[in-house]
Structure formats: C-alpha cells, structure tokens
Design a protein around this ligand. Structure first.
Ligand code: ADP
Ligand code: MG
Length: 389
C-alpha cells in the first residue's frame, strides 16, 4: 500500500462528515482527494508520525520549487525549514502528535532557490484505528507579501508619528532659541567692550547656533522645511557631486558610477539632493573601515500598481531611482527597522540624524526610499523621486 492510500484510509476527525458524504457520491475517495489537493490554492503537506513527508500538494510544489517525488519520505525538518525555526516547528508537531489538535503556527519555508517564504499554517491530525495520531496535516497560506506590506504600513505610521513629534518640538524649541538669542544680543550690547561677561555671552550664542542647526535638521526630517524645488537632471547632479563624494569616501573605497537615468529629471532642491548623496556616502564610508566599493546607480523606472504596492503603497508612475550600494558591515533586522528615526545611531559619536534627514528630504519631494541590508555583505539604499518632463 502506498502512503497516499494509507492516508485516505486513515480514520479522520469527526469534522470529515461532509467529505464522507461526498465520497459516497464520487467514484473513488482517493481520486476525489487527489483532485481537491492538487487544485486547491492552499499549501497542504501531510507528515507521518516521524515527521516524514507523505503528501506534498501542487501548491507546495509551486511555492517551493520541489516536486512531490523529491519530497516524499524526506524528513520534514531537514529540507524545508530554517534551522532557527526547527525547534518551534518540532514542538508544534509534538503537540499535534500528542493529540492536541487543531493548532496554528507561522513559520518560514525555504524554497529550492533559497528564498524564505512566510507561511501561516492551520494544522490538524488524523487518528488511526488504534486511536493514535497517524498523520499530521498542515494547510498553509503564503503570507510573505502580506506580512511585508503590513510591516511597511506600520513603519510608515511610526515615521509619521515621529515626524509630527520632532516637527512640533523643533518648532516650539526654535521660538525659545530665538528669544534666548535676542536677549543675549541685547545684553551684550549693554556691556563694555572689555567686560569679561562678553565671552560668556559669546558662548551662549555659539550654543544657540548648535541648537539652531539641530532644529534645522529636525525640521527637514519632519518636512516642515521644503527647500527650493527646481527641475533637476539627476545624472548631472550626481556627476557634479562626484568630486566631493570621492574626497568624502577616501582612497580605500572604490567609487563606481553607473548613471543611466537620462533624461531623468526630478523636482527637488539641489543642495538638499547633495545632502542626500553626502549623508548616504558618509554612512557607507563608516560601514567600510577596511575599504570596499561604493556604487551609485541611476535609472528611470515605471512602477505599475503591484510594484507600487510592494514599495509600500506609493503612487504608481514614472520615477527616477538613485541607488547607493556599499560592501560594508551591513545591518541586522533590528537596526534596519530603526534607521530612519531621528537620533537613532549605533555609533559612539553618531548623531542619528543622517538618514532621518535623507528620509525627510525624499518624502518632501513626493518620493520614497527603500533599504536592504545583509550583515557582513553590505547595504543598498534606493531613493525614488517622481520623474518630471
Ligand atoms: P549616524 O550615522 O549618525 O549613526 P544615520 O541616521 O546616518 O546616523 O544612520 C543611523 C544608523 O543606521 C547608523 O548608526 C548605522 O547603524 C546604520 N547605517 C546607516 N547607513 C548604513 C550603512 N550604509 N551600512 C551599515 N549601517 C548603516
Ligand atoms: Mg550618518
């Protein structure tokens, strides 16, 4: 008897009444089951008591790139799971095998290509004649895209809230600084040229300047300062900045330019766009203390509805993309989820204002920014600005 027949014969849970009724009207139970299993969109995988795969439907094959023939009899743990997630999945399996079903679980499957897909599972078990669990059945839905959209939405909401807070504080604190400045200037006018208090007041003014600079950066982040927009040729702008970028990154880092956004015009502020390039390049340099490669790429891209959604619910349309890739230290997932927040830094002497400024500038001109990073491999920023003719 093949495992598949065995499965069809196994006595199923009471909820299978409707299936039994259907079986009475259909030519053969196992044909019926195969037909359903292989057309249904959900992933269905069945394991025996030892966790070996006995059934792997078409949807599983499509999602993973493995065929049923390849998977049949394979120990589930060794082929499809991320090593980190094996213990959790084993304990879910143990619960089912102990008769505690149904249950639900979310974990990744590794495809043949090495891609991790996030799957939401509803699991149950089939009890045999001896009342022992014989098979465990998982029915899964691939929620990779859904989960990533949800994360992006949360991220966007978080940035909105932080932006409002930062903007509010910067605005009100700006008024306080203006008042301090005014009083100090008045007071120093009343002092004699050689009054020793003058140098103290100079110190107050210098501290005010530092405060103003901080406020200016926070206002850029919260988009309360929009700059002077004009139509810019992005390739030309990047080319013009290359001298400065080369000086910034030093001799140990190779600068590779691949500028093909022609005509690639965007509406933005020239000095703010230089700031974007500079802040990204400085971060890349700091991530490559032993040298490496900084690649700057520009392209014109059209985002259709579904691509725009993948980018985090942005407007579909024509964009000019500016991509900055380094071969530096990269970031872990935790760092990655905070990079655009003002004052977030992992550096001892960092300000945490570089990327928040970039974020504010890009958003200010109707653009968006994506970041991908892998530890020890490097980081990739993609800035998208709406294209204009
Ligand atoms: P700062 O550079 O002052 O720390 P930023 O806002 O520029 O502040 O960056 C925030 C954090 O993001 C950095 O501290 C670092 O952890 C991380 N980061 C930014 N860019 C990169 C990069 N290219 N490679 C690795 N980590 C980066
Ligand atoms: Mg920085």
């Amino acid at each position: 008897m093949t495992r598949r027949d065995n499965l069809a014969d196994a006595q199923s849970a009471p909820s299978a009444d409707s299936v039994r009724r259907a079986e009475r009207h259909l030519p053969s139970g196992s044909d019926f089951i195969s037909a359903v299993l292989d057309t249904v969109g959900a992933l269905i995988v069945v394991l025996d008591r030892e966790g070996r795969i006995v059934l792997f439907n078409q949807a599983c094959a499509k999602a993973t790139g493995y065929t049923y023939a390849e998977m049949e009899g394979q120990p589930f743990w060794e082929v499809l799971l991320l090593p980190d997630e094996v213990p959790a999945v084993k304990s879910v399996f143990a619960e089912l095998a102990a008769g505690n079903f149904p249950n639900k679980h979310v974990n990744h499957w590794l495809t043949r290509e090495g891609e991790a897909r996030l799957i939401s599972w509803s699991n149950t078990a089939l009890v045999g004649r001896n009342r022992e669990v014989e098979f465990v059945i998982g029915t899964g839905i691939d929620i990779t895209e859904h989960a990533s959209l949800e994360r992006q939405l949360q991220q966007a909401q978080k940035m909105e809230a932080v932006g409002r807070l930062a903007g509010g504080v910067a605005h009100d604190f700006g008024s306080v600084l203006t008042a301090i400045n005014g009083y100090v200037e008045r007071a120093s006018r009343r002092l004699d040229e050689d009054d020793p208090a003058r140098s103290d007041l100079q110190g107050v003014l210098r501290a005010c300047d530092r405060g103003s600079d901080l406020i200016r950066r926070l206002l850029v982040f919260s988009r309360r300062r929009e700059g002077k927009p004009e139509a810019l040729d992005l390739d030309a702008l990047v080319a013009e900045t290359s001298g400065m970028l080369r000086r910034v990154i030093g001799d140990d880092i190779r600068l590779v330019m691949d500028l093909q956004a022609e005509p690639g015009r965007v509406i933005a502020d020239r000095s703010q766009m230089e700031q974007v390039l500079l802040n990204l390049a400085v971060n890349s340099r700091e991530a490559m203390p032993e040298g490496g490669e900084l690649r700057i790429r520009t392209r014109e891209v059209t985002l259709d509805d579904s691509q725009a959604r993948i980018h985090g619910n942005v407007e579909p349309g024509d964009y000019v993309m500016l991509q900055i890739t380094d071969t530096g230290t990269g970031m872990d997932a935790e760092t990655l989820s905070h990079v655009f927040e003002p004052f977030f830094t992992t550096k001892e002497d960092g300000t945490g204002l570089g990327l928040s400024t970039v974020y504010g500038i890009v958003k200010g001109f109707g653009g968006h920014i994506l970041v991908e990073s892998e530890e020890e491999r490097g980081t990739d920023f993609q800035v998208y600005l709406p294209a204009t003719s």
